[in-house]
Design a protein around this ligand. Structure first.
Ligand code: NAP
Length: 482
């Protein structure tokens, strides 16, 4: 088990105790590459979630009033612990999620980097002394931790998505209740173990697995939870926003995408293909920022398709834990069925299969890395998140046409543009209605920059100097009679 057995923790962390359920109250977690059982985590619900919120409420006064230097030290120690355990944590991530080991190592590294970033950034969350319009007053603007934060995370990045939430929450002085995805709970439980080892006080980090509906509605209806940070589907995000109304909580939402990847005639073809491979096939296409719709200008279309098809055919498909593998299996059967349905719909409506197009000979949930051309707007694949290793390619002629097509979606997370025209670069940055825009780059996520979508892709930012602000309440104090 490549050293990760110690992280297969079949219990939840609540108020500093690891709690296990009755034998029949558990969720089976399997390895998507082998189908083997990894273990069973608690299928907890409302009662345990309330206990976790109670623990976080109780821990808040002590933790939020720790010296800032002590909170920073705890974060730095957590960062070091993540990197010291990078290999077993990466192996664990690959075992439960399926992505290639190299990508899992990268995820652990960027997760640790978020923790370090927020340890540094919290020291720069300055308030303000605002000039008063009349003499004899001081106007102070100060930051205060919001209180208990609940974090709900998805299966595709079970470690780094947690880092983007725990990093700023813990830095700001908040206590937390974490609900990881049921398909990939072990990465989050491992964070709990490491946090305990580096000395986080009981109740600062609580982790509950189980019924999403019960845990979700308990979090949303409890007025003591002051902020909810969610990464997942737009459908669930919208439901959580609705549920947040009655207790007027802060919410931040990292939701689905439908990223356009635009290649203009003047693009550097080598760079465009290289960028396309990473923007499309990372995590077998299961990322929210994956290129979903390729738009390729007529003059470069055929050359780009030829090169992308060759590169796609050359991908090494296999179990993420095996050396050299670049494409792991899809996370489960329903993910496979969804990708197959989208491809079949496109093909039956006239798309051409350049390579792939069906389940891989390995069986299970592997899907062949696929390139489709002749994609048209009416096809489901053009409107829905594919979440699989399928490049769906449109041909276009003019800049105006492609901007209109790229923006013709409810989503607004990531967009990619390949061009060597400087003026066009700035026009694209201005006109594309997306929160993240990569120009001549296919992988742009970095801890230093704000990550977050527009329109139905979400609310708020993670990372950058912006990523901590939502974890504070801002107070204004007017000191008069000076
Ligand atoms: P999901 O089905 O929305 O699940 C996300 C999390 O929400 C899981 O922990 C899930 O628990 C929980 N959940 C489900 N129903 C809930 C409910 N009614 N109340 C409270 N919690 C609930 O999404 P997913 O399939 O795991 O993740 C893929 C989606 O995430 C894609 O749309 C992707 O684009 C998006 N994503 C966005 C970003 C971003 O930064 N914008 C990053 C990564 C992924 P269970 O697992 O127990 O169902």
């Amino acid at each position: 088990m490549a050293g990760y057995a110690k992280y297969l923790i079949n219990a939840n962390l609540i108020g500093g105790e690891w709690l296990s359920p009755a034998a029949d109250q558990s969720i089976l977690v399997t390895n998507p590459a082998t189908g083997e059982e990894l273990g069973r985590v608690p299928a907890f619900g409302a009662a345990e979630t309330t206990a976790a919120i109670n623990a976080a409420v109780e821990a808040f006064p002590g933790y939020s009033s720790l010296d800032l230097a002590k909170r920073v030290k705890l974060l730095r120690d957590l960062h070091d612990a993540l990197l010291d355990n990078q290999e077993p944590l990466a192996a664990l991530l690959t075992a439960e999620q399926g992505k290639p080991l190299a990508e899992s190592r990268g995820e652990i590294a960027i997760g640790a980097a978020y923790i370090l970033w927020f340890a540094e950034e919290v020291r720069r969350t300055k308030g303000e002394v605002v000039p008063s319009p009349v003499n004899g007053r001081q106007l102070l603007v100060t930051h205060h931790p919001v209180g208990v934060v609940a974090a709900i995370t998805p299966w595709n990045f079970p470690s780094s998505m947690l880092a983007r939430k725990l990093g700023p929450a813990l830095a700001a002085g908040c206590t937390t209740v974490v609900k990881p995805a049921s398909l990939t709970p072990y990465s989050a439980l491992a964070w709990g173990k490491l946090a305990e080892e580096v000395g986080y006080p009981a109740g600062v980090i609580n982790i509950v697995t189980g019924s999403a509906r019960q845990i979700g509605s308990t979090i949303m209806t409890d007025p003591r939870v002051r902020k909810v940070t969610f990464t997942g589907s737009t459908e669930v995000g919208k439901e959580l926003i609705r549920q947040s109304a009655d207790t007027v909580k802060k919410v931040s939402m990292e939701l689905g995408g439908n990223a356009p990847f635009i290649v203009f005639d003047d693009a550097d073809l080598d760079k465009a293909v290289q960028g396309a491979m990473i923007a499309k096939y990372r995590n077998s296409g299961q990322t929210c920022v994956c290129a979903n719709r390729f738009y390729v200008q007529s003059g470069i279309h055929d050359a780009f398709v030829k090169r992308l098809t060759e590169a796609t055919k050359a991908l090494t498909v296999g179990a993420g834990a095996d050396a050299g593998v670049e494409q792991g299996p899809l996370v489960d059967q329903s993910a496979f069925d969804k990708v197959k349905e989208l491809v079949d719909d496109a093909v039956s409506n006239g798309a051409t299969v350049e390579t792939g197009g069906k389940g891989h000979a390995l069986g299970g949930t592997w899907f062949e890395p696929t390139v489709l051309t002749g994609i048209k707007t009416g096809m489901s694949i053009a409107r829905e998140e594919i979440f699989g290793p399928v490049s769906a390619i449109f041909r276009f002629d003019t800049e105006e046409e492609v901007v209109a097509a790229a923006n013709d979606t409810d989503f607004g997370l990531a967009a990619y543009v390949y061009t060597r025209d400087l003026g066009r670069t700035f026009r694209m940055s201005e006109k594309l209605q997306y929160g993240l825009i990569g120009v001549n780059e296919g992988l742009i996520t970095t801890v230093e920059a704000p990550f977050g979508g527009l329109k139905s892709s979400g609310l708020g930012k993670e990372g950058g100097s912006q990523g901590i602000l939502d974890y504070f309440d801002i107070k204004y104090t007017c000191v008069g009679g000076i």
